[in-house]
Design a protein around this ligand. Sequence first.
Ligand SMILES: NC(=O)c1ccc[n+]([C@@H]2O[C@H](COP(=O)([O-])OP(=O)(O)OC[C@H]3O[C@@H](n4cnc5c(N)ncnc54)[C@H](O)[C@@H]3O)[C@@H](O)[C@H]2O)c1
Length: 262
Amino acid sequence: MQLNDKVAIVTGGASGLGRATCTQLADQGVKLAIFDLDEKAAKQAAAELSETLGSDKVTYALVNVVDEESVASGVSHVLETFGAIHMLVNCAGIAPAGKVLNRDGDALALSAFSQVINVNLIGSFNVARLAAEAMAKNEPMGEAGERGVIINTASVAAYEGQMGQAAYAASKGGIVGMTLPMARDLAKLGIRVNTVAPGIMGTPMLLSMPEKVQEGLVAGIQFPKRLGLPSEFGDLVAHICSNAYINGETIRLDGGIRMQPR
Ligand SMILES: NC(=O)c1ccc[n+]([C@@H]2O[C@H](COP(=O)([O-])OP(=O)(O)OC[C@H]3O[C@@H](n4cnc5c(N)ncnc54)[C@H](O)[C@@H]3O)[C@@H](O)[C@H]2O)c1
């Protein structure tokens, strides 16, 4: 897809990987709609991006991805503002740790497990289904006749979840699992669905972990031996958006890491 002047929703666009994705897409002239729970950060991100794009090409909405009405009203806002939706990048997510049994032998609260599944997995699907509904109304674009592209964010924890990551790994495994069937469901409409599975990226989510935990994680990276850059994630997202032949796939972006139990 030719990206210039197309419209993208980026969930979690106020921080980390979502924020970096906004910058990379803005550099290609994409009109941006940030969906985030953190309204203050979303507003600030939109103001910064306006400097590159112009204020008429950036908007934001206070959206909770798990809430049907909140997402529906966010999608309506984008359609009213820009007239169409061509790309969705699902970056909103949470990563609380919690073992099945804690040190005292108490079981993880079921609500803690459900919350992670809700935000990361159900939230991603919730935005994707409503964005797809809007994309289906686009006229076919380019030689391939594309109508849109959806990119989800999983994690290498989908494959090698560490101790304390049962809920997080389950949520990300669900994202990997739904990628191909979603791509199959939407193929006739010319809408592609792909997923990026990042390794250890230098974002607030990761940098808020204790230094010892961060060092342990970096030790397992093959090359380059450092945290991944959010801009490397944004670059990959922009490439997936523009390359019509990438479909139904999950791409690891991880410097070759295979995570150990802890
Ligand atoms: N940072 C990493 O190393 C790493 C690795 C693998 C996968 N990921 C995944 O990448 C995604 C982005 O992570 P990040 O590191 O940029 O995190 P981050 O905490 O910097 O950003 C996440 C954003 O999502 C928003 N958000 C959270 N819950 C929301 C909700 N219910 N509705 C709307 N917005 C919500 C937050 O307000 C925040 O702005 C997540 O899905 C995360 O699991 C991150």
